[in-house]
Design a protein around this ligand. Structure first.
Ligand code: UDP
Ligand code: MG
Length: 308
């Protein structure tokens, strides 16, 4: 019998774990398939781990990994992918925003059509704040324009994939993980199912607006060096401009030596403008150096306190 491993990152979700488990238990698959659940407790500060332990005592299909602290959802997904042993591997949130009822359909699709992955996307952005939608849309637009990735606007992390694709994703050992990009970067054939957006059943989201913004910038940096190219072009442009300016100044000094000098304010503006650009460029280069610094340290992506 084939097995499906389900990876579920958990952070302060004591209220949702049991609801998720019950809902998943009610799901009927069209063919017989063995389940393996990997809950990854990402350093929760509530009783999530206790709930997970209770579940795993009750049901031998339930496994858990508990991190020594909060390492982030990306690290949790990675830990799950490393441990999942199934022929198919699914990743989903515990808050039921990724409906377990979709799993049978996703499994059927992947098997019947020989896809490597069946992923999900939301039909629209209803129920999301205007500002958040705006930035999300812009993020996807620019990511697709500038990087080689083809991200789907509204795609969720909820997906199911084959063993082969899972192993490919695991080959990427980078510390700063941007899963949406990684799942896309490995290639393979992914099919998207659209579904109505859902609210989380209980608890609250652990993502703030700035948290998401930071995540977006990190994602961008980890898949594109375009900002560095931009900085180079701006530098080249201002260099050419200064050469032209120098020629003008020299010609004027030779042929019109008595023209009065004026333009102090404009000089100040120019100096400010270019020192601004220089600092900005230095900052951008610095971001990449910081990434290199962190990756070179090669610290573990997560640390485990206990697991079963
Ligand atoms: N999560 C996690 N670590 C974190 C933040 C979130 O493992 O640091 C988990 C969380 O328990 C949930 C999933 O990631 O299963 C998605 O989080 P959430 O629902 O808060 O995000 P949203 O759906 O609002 O984007
Ligand atoms: Mg959620």
């Amino acid at each position: 019998m084939e097995t499906l491993s389900i990876i579920i990152p958990v952070y302060n979700e004591e209220e949702t774990i049991n609801i998720f488990y019950e809902t998943l238990n009610k799901v009927e698959f069209n063919q017989s398939i063995g389940l393996e659940l990997w809950f990854i407790d990402d350093g929760s500060k509530d009783h999530s781990l206790m709930e997970l332990k209770k579940l795993s005592e009750k049901d031998s299909r339930v496994h858990y990994v508990s991190f020594s602290r909060n390492f982030g959802k990306e690290a949790a997904l990675f830990a799950g992918l490393e441990r999942a042993s199934g022929d198919y591997v699914a990743v989903m949130d515990v808050d039921l925003q990724d409906p377990p009822e979709l799993l049978p359909k996703m499994l059927d699709e992947i098997k019947e059509n020989d896809y490597d992955s069946v992923a999900t996307m939301r039909k629209d952005r209803d129920g999301e704040s205007k500002i958040r939608s705006f930035f999300a849309r812009k993020f996807y637009k620019w990511m697709n324009k500038i990087t080689s990735l083809k991200l789907v606007d509204g795609a969720r992390d909820f997906r199911i994939m084959t063993r082969q694709m899972t192993d490919s994703v695991l080959k990427m050992r980078e510390n700063k993980r941007f899963s949406k990009g990684l799942f896309n970067w490995v290639g393979f054939d992914t099919h998207y199912l659209a579904y109505e957006n859902r609210e989380r059943v209980a608890g609250k989201t652990s993502w703030s607006f700035w948290g998401l913004m930071k995540y977006a910038i990190e994602g961008f940096i980890s898949f594109s060096t375009a900002p560095l190219t931009l900085v180079t072009s701006v530098g080249a442009f201002s260099f050419v401009l200064s050469l032209i300016g120098a020629v003008v100044v020299i010609v004027r000094a030779i042929f019109f030596p008595h023209t009065s000098t004026f333009g102090w304010p404009s000089l100040v503006v120019i100096i400010l403008f270019f020192s601004g650009i220089q600092l900005l460029s230095l900052g951008i280069v610095g971001r990449y150096i910081a990434e290199i610094y962190m990756e070179v340290k090669d610290r573990p992506i997560y640390l485990v306190k206990e697991e079963k």
